[in-house]
Design a protein around this ligand. Structure first.
Ligand SMILES: NC(=O)C1=CN([C@@H]2O[C@H](COP(=O)(O)OP(=O)(O)OC[C@H]3O[C@@H](n4cnc5c(N)ncnc54)[C@H](O)[C@@H]3O)[C@@H](O)[C@H]2O)C=CC1
Ligand SMILES: O=C(O)C1=N[C@H](C(=O)O)C[C@H](O)C1
Length: 264
């Protein structure tokens, strides 16, 4: 039987891809598409907005339909609403929204005590695989003579509202945990002096319509490792989120990540 899902932020860049790809998946049934009531297309058919033709689900704030999982690609306020919707519906939550304040993050962790939650800053298979590769590199280089300088560079479209990306922050967190790094900086200016070893720096580029690219640099004396993972469209994220919804539906309450979904 198809997994009944709801999409929060359904008229957004990601929401539209979820509607399009979810509608094409015979193992999924999109029964609700939530949107901000002030959105200019509120009340319209979600399929029409996504460019795939009508799916008989309108962009709304409420639904009488029951669903097994809700996927959130919205904004912090939308994520807050998605958590409440999921808990009230006793549905699994796939949380993809980034740039969340600590209070929102705490609410997600609290919800995971009563519903299954898959929470990841990137739902892309290749990004989560690259995270694993970076952890291997960090472990191997943590005591390398001369040290390894780690910098995280991310590139996104001009419309992205948060910075650095949630994915970049997660790369830094995973590497820092392996290398015992405790200092984080965002860009550099003035005369900061020589770079200390105990530091990870983030650099955010915002240009055009880039759907997401991350480069992780391990800079040694005499040699450098650079790992780059880039998306050419948003479908990698939508596909991963839809897979996460299938994974989480019916699971016991708890906090899961994309390694659990992908078996990494
Ligand atoms: N985890 C992942 O794999 C990925 C995460 N993201 C994140 O997803 C979020 C959304 O990204 P985009 O789709 O590009 O943004 P977007 O701005 O195109 O879409 C956000 C949508 O949320 C809607 N929204 C706002 N408040 C709402 C509410 N209270 N209830 C329901 N909907 C509401 C907006 O009207 C808009 O349609 C961002 O935080 C982004 O960083 C984006 C791509 C991949
Ligand atoms: O806003 C985006 O587009 C993306 N945001 C996510 C993040 O902040 O990590 C994931 C992906 O890079 C695309």
């Amino acid at each position: 039987m198809a997994t009944r899902i709801a999409i929060n932020g359904a008229a957004g860049r990601m929401g539209q891809r979820l509607v399009a790809l979810g509608s094409a998946d015979k193992d999924l049934d999109i029964v609700a598409c939530f949107e901000y009531s002030g959105h200019p297309k509120f009340g319209q058919d979600a399929g029409t907005v996504a460019g795939i033709g009508e799916i008989d689900v309108t962009l709304a704030e409420e639904t009488a339909a029951e669903y097994a999982a809700i996927i959130d690609f919205s904004v912090p306020a939308g994520a807050h609403a998605a958590v409440e919707r999921a808990v009230n519906a006793k549905a699994a939550l796939v949380m993809a929204t980034t740039g969340l304040e600590e209070e929102h993050q705490a609410k997600i962790r609290e919800a995971a005590q009563v519903i299954p939650v898959v929470w990841a800053p990137s739902m892309s298979t290749t990004v989560n695989l690259t995270m694993k590769l970076c952890e291997i590199a960090a472990e191997a280089l943590k005591d390398i003579p001369g040290g390894a300088d780690v910098e995280v560079l991310e590139r996104h479209h001009r419309f992205k509202e948060d910075s650095p990306s949630g994915t970049a922050l997660r790369f830094g967190e995973l590497i820092a945990n392996k290398m015992g790094i405790t200092n984080f900086v965002h860009g550099r200016e003035g005369r900061p002096g020589a770079r200390p070893h105990n530091e990870i720096a983030y650099h955010a580029i915002r240009t055009g319509d880039n759907p997401g690219e991350h480069t992780i640099i391990f800079g040694l004396l005499g040699e450098t490792i650079e790992m780059t993972v880039r998306a050419s469209n948003r479908d990698c994220y939508a596909t991963g989120a839809l897979q996460a919804a299938k994974f989480a539906a019916g699971k016991k309450p708890g906090l899961y990540n994309m390694n659990d979904v992908l078996g990494l």
